[in-house]
Design a protein around this ligand. Structure first.
Ligand SMILES: [Ca+2]
Length: 205
């Protein structure tokens, strides 16, 4: 390789390096970001359907968003949590199983389906996903189960776009779930005279 060719190669390499260093990432303006969740504080009760609404946005427009996730748990882990994912491209809602090993459901928002794990029931009929401009709103109807009674659940959001970009998991709130009310699960003996103090009660909290 003669000197002029070497110089040309070096010049092109230097030019490419300079461009890479000076140009902003192509997706910078359209980075997807997580927004807010409602409710983001306060106390909730188990056994009653409640609505959670989370917001997300993408500078390229809401249609660039592919993957929205909502996680309610005592720590940033998927197992034994309320871990939801909406695939915007397929318009399907999923709930992670207790073992954090599989997605359950895959139901269209608004459809007459429920999805359950040990912590919650997701009511797809009370779920809606709407987009406008850069923003996407995911509203989910949930009933909390006794296993989360008495727990403080942190609320995290995650979003990803078609290019695979995201801004990681961000905490958007923290709710307290009231303890499960005591339930009479067994009475012994079940017939005949019941001696004082013989009843057996349990509190699942
Ligand atoms: Ca984007």
């Amino acid at each position: 390789m003669n000197r002029s060719v070497i110089c040309s190669v070096l010049f092109v390499c230097a030019l490419l390096a300079a461009l890479a260093a000076s140009a902003p990432a192509a997706y910078a303006a359209g980075e997807p970001v997580t927004g807010t969740i409602t409710p983001s504080s306060g106390s909730l009760v188990i056994g009653v359907k409640q609505t959670f609404t989370a917001s997300f946005s993408d500078g390229d427009g809401f249609a660039d968003i592919t993957d929205c996730r909502i996680l309610l748990n005592t720590a940033l882990v998927g197992h034994n949590g309320i871990f939801l994912r909406h695939d915007r491209t397929a318009n399907k809602l999923w709930l992670r199983d207790d073992a954090n090993s599989a997605w359950l459901g895959g139901c269209a928002p608004g459809s007459a389906n429920t999805i359950e794990n040990s912590r919650c029931t997701v009511h797809c009929a009370d779920t809606a996903v709407t987009g406008a401009g850069a923003g996407l709103t995911v509203r989910v109807g949930l009933t909390l189960k006794p296993l989360v009674g008495g727990k403080v659940l942190k609320e995290w959001l995650y979003v990803g776009d078609r290019a695979g970009h995201g801004d990681g998991w961000n905490q958007a709130g923290e709710i307290t779930v009231a303890s499960a009310p005591p339930s009479n699960t067994s009475v012994s003996p079940s017939s005949g005279l019941v001696p004082a103090g013989a009843q057996t009660f349990s509190d699942s909290a």
